[in-house]
Design a protein around this ligand. Structure first.
Ligand code: RIB
Ligand code: CA
Length: 318
């Protein structure tokens, strides 16, 4: 990517506090051009994540079409995470109402239109279950070549968080994840191995709040809310999982990445939804994922704190 050309991206997520912070980072970056935003069922129902996506875009001034994703996973029954993100899916600070219409198209059709119309291949940043991305690949295989790469927050080579083996985004829709991971499209996987290290500490919340603009205050409030659940589990800070899927695109030098062959377990009484990484090359298969396994936490927090400064002078009515 030259310094002049921006990376065209589609944001697909289930806001969700960490999705919202990932979108804040993406929108603040001069390196990215957000072409479309699509909601996916995950942290909350599709209706709630769609409403949240529209409110986050209004807060951040993201001027891109927004479309509602599929009602639920490809084959599984929905799972939601109200225990972490609250009944709205984005509990905490007041947010503006949506400031524009929801696209009349569904997420898959908006993604397809965006890919068709982009002169350059588009990066998809997927921070929820892979449902929409998989549905896009099923419905429009002819557009695979217009997807430059997929940056996924999901999985965990070493452990899960919703079950001992499975991370939430993958577990919600393992069949979708299997389709995406076996698509042959370049894929960067930011799993729990790195995102559980992407901790923003309470003192960092205050550093962000002191930036002093409206978005900085909201981000600090999101961090405080998101940290409540994790503090009770013994975390020293808020693991801002989804922001890693953006940061890994913007500042790859902050991260440790290993190319691995990753399979998605879709059966299994105990391991459904696991991302099984062939760390020792036992299978002799070519890698299908750039797995982000470590990070410079201080550099990550600096990136987030710098990003909120981009919103100086920006104010919306809440
Ligand atoms: O396991 C963490 C992931 O699940 C994050 O994307 C969070 O937003 C939830 O969707
Ligand atoms: Ca998410």
């Amino acid at each position: 990517m030259t310094t002049l050309s921006k990376l065209p991206v589609i944001l697909d997520g289930d806001p969700g506090h960490d999705d919202a912070m990932a979108w804040m980072l993406a929108n603040a970056s001069p390196m990215l051009d957000i072409l479309a935003v699509t909601s996916v069922a995950g942290n909350q129902t599709i209706e709630k994540t769609t409403y949240n996506a529209r409110r986050v875009c209004a807060l951040l001034g993201i001027d891109a079409p927004i479309a509602m994703g599929r009602l639920g996973p490809l084959l599984s029954d929905p799972i939601t995470a109200g225990n972490i993100h609250g009944q709205t899916g984005l509990d905490g600070p007041a947010l503006p109402e949506p400031n524009g219409p929801l696209s009349p198209m569904g997420a898959v059709e908006l993604m397809a239109k965006t890919l068709r119309e982009s002169p350059d291949p588009v990066t998809i940043i997927a921070t929820g279950p892979e449902t929409n991305v998989a549905a896009l690949l099923l419905a429009h295989p002819e557009l695979k070549s217009k997807i430059a790469q997929i940056s996924v927050m999901g999985g965990g080579i070493a452990f899960g968080n919703w079950t001992p083996a499975a991370e939430f985004n993958i577990l919600v829709d393992p069949e979708a994840a299997q389709l995406v991971f076996s698509s042959g499209i370049p894929l960067t996987m930011s799993g729990l191995d790195v995102t559980e290290q992407a901790l923003i500490f309470p003192e960092d919340f205050e550093r962000i709040r002191k930036v002093g603009n409206q978005v900085a205050g909201v981000v600090a409030d999101w961090l405080e809310f998101f940290f409540k659940f994790h503090r009770d589990l013994g975390y020293a800070g808020a693991p801002v999982h989804d922001a890693v899927a953006v940061a890994a695109l913007l500042r790859p030098e902050l991260f440790t990445i290993q190319e691995l062959y990753v399979q998605i377990e879709t059966a299994g009484e105990y391991c459904r939804g696991a991302t099984v990484g062939d760390l020792h090359g036992k299978l002799g298969r070519a890698p299908n994922a750039r797995c982000v396994l470590g990070l410079d936490r201080t550099g990550f927090v600096d990136l987030m704190a710098e990003a909120v400064k981009a919103y100086d002078g920006w104010e919306v009515r809440v």
